[in-house]
Ligand binder design. Sequence first.
Ligand SMILES: Cc1cc2nc3c(=O)[nH]c(=O)nc-3n(C[C@H](O)[C@H](O)[C@H](O)COP(=O)(O)OP(=O)(O)OC[C@H]3O[C@@H](n4cnc5c(N)ncnc54)[C@H](O)[C@@H]3O)c2cc1C
Ligand code: FES
Ligand code: FES
Length: 464
Amino acid sequence: MISFILNDRLVRTEERPGMVLLEFIRNVSCLSGTKDACREGECGACTVLLGSPEPDGSVSYAACASCLLPLGEADGRHVVTVEGLSVEPLTLVQRLIVEHGASQCGFCTPGIVLSLTGFALSSPSLSYEDAVTALDGNICRCTGYVSIRSAAGALCEAISGAGKPPAGRLDFMIKAGVAPEYFRGIPARLGELEASPDLPDGKAVPVAGGTDLFAREPERLLESGLRFLSRRRDLAGIREDRGFLRAGGAVTIEAFRNSAAVLRHFPALAQDLLLHSSAILRNKATLAGNIANASPVGDAAIILLALGARLTISGEAGEREIPLEKFYLGYKRTDLACGELISAISIPLPPSGARYHFEKVSNRVTLDIAAANSALFLTTGPGGTVSGLRVSAGGVAPVPMLVPGLDVFLGRSPGDALAEDLAAAAMAAAKPIDDVRGSAEYKKLLLGRLILAHFRALYPGEAA
Ligand SMILES: Cc1cc2nc3c(=O)[nH]c(=O)nc-3n(C[C@H](O)[C@H](O)[C@H](O)COP(=O)(O)OP(=O)(O)OC[C@H]3O[C@@H](n4cnc5c(N)ncnc54)[C@H](O)[C@@H]3O)c2cc1C
Ligand code: FES
Ligand code: FES
């Protein structure tokens, strides 16, 4: 039995946990405001809010693509569709959309309203930039983004007086007309629901964000046993621990990107991870899911390889730790035994003066898988010469690749000559194939250019 609150209504259902939420909302609950379009996470027409109870008694809301969200994920949570906001009068976001002429045919509008409402309830900064980022997965094909952004700007002004920590913001948002009054009672009502626990089961498919699984094989998952890792408190959280930043195996890309510890030690990641998918996917997609799906171009995997991440893997036999580069055994093959999970990802804290840079080439800036991507991490010793060097490359081998044999560059000075030699070494190690994203030859050349681009960004004016 799956129990959750859909808008203002308690739902108890025996439908299968692997049914996608979009299907349940439209075809079982007959709520047609949530639109059904690409079913691949690419358009945002199906956006809903998913409210999860937090240990402090509040509920945190995240805008998600309901076409990739299994019904089982809703268990014990609050799901909000546009009907759940459409309590007279219009909410503030809906009113601003009307006033700014930000809707024409209206097909994308429910998704945009939900994404902006999610922004108001959960953005750490409530900045205009964050509002625009919150919309990066909502595609509009007729209004044009100028008026949508102008409505977003007006929203930011209207809610600028809200407190910064999202947990204490609900009262303000209800008074401002962003959320309907009934939201006030949701934390207590969710407290009375009991979500099913995640039980270890070697045969069940671990679902983290589901953004990869449900885009690839929704029919198979309808029939499968599933484990929902987002229910596991022990897989949540990001903390500093004895020289490492440790992220749990269910930490989402968005939570990681916005975490205070990440912003302190790896500030560039806040922008770099914006190149991963879109807000409505990053709110569910996890770092561990990106690693475990073993895509040769996984953005988080490529970044974490260069940063020297280590994985904690847990299973019935206990816990073990391995460097990320040892995790990949071949195309889509990993060192995970049946029933094992990535329970944590540990990244060494960088020494002062360390330099890091990430590059991604894709057809579109957001919502696109890379043709090739690469990250570089470099430390220097007392004379300014290279004391440590890690370079990763995606899309040029069957697995996310850590470029081997870079010790020969230790002791050299960063600059043009090193950049050229390193580019040549990376291209020699690469073994790309021809595919829809480009020919093998093109991807090899691209990798060389990405290496030069790292140096150009890190040493402006010095490298080629
Ligand atoms: C429209 C769209 C755009 C995308 N854009 C990008 C992009 O720009 N860059 C990019 O890199 N990827 C992209 N992706 C792919 C996908 O979103 C990412 O790889 C994402 O990080 C996967 O994480 P998840 O939590 O959703 O994984 P899930 O789908 O939940 O799981 C993926 C795999 O990992 C396994 N798994 C998950 N967590 C664990 C764990 N803790 N331990 C063991 N196994 C586990 C699952 O069983 C499954 O086999 C995109 C996908 C879509 C649909
Ligand atoms: S239907 Fe397009 S993102 Fe879900
Ligand atoms: S208003 Fe028509 S697609 Fe956006």
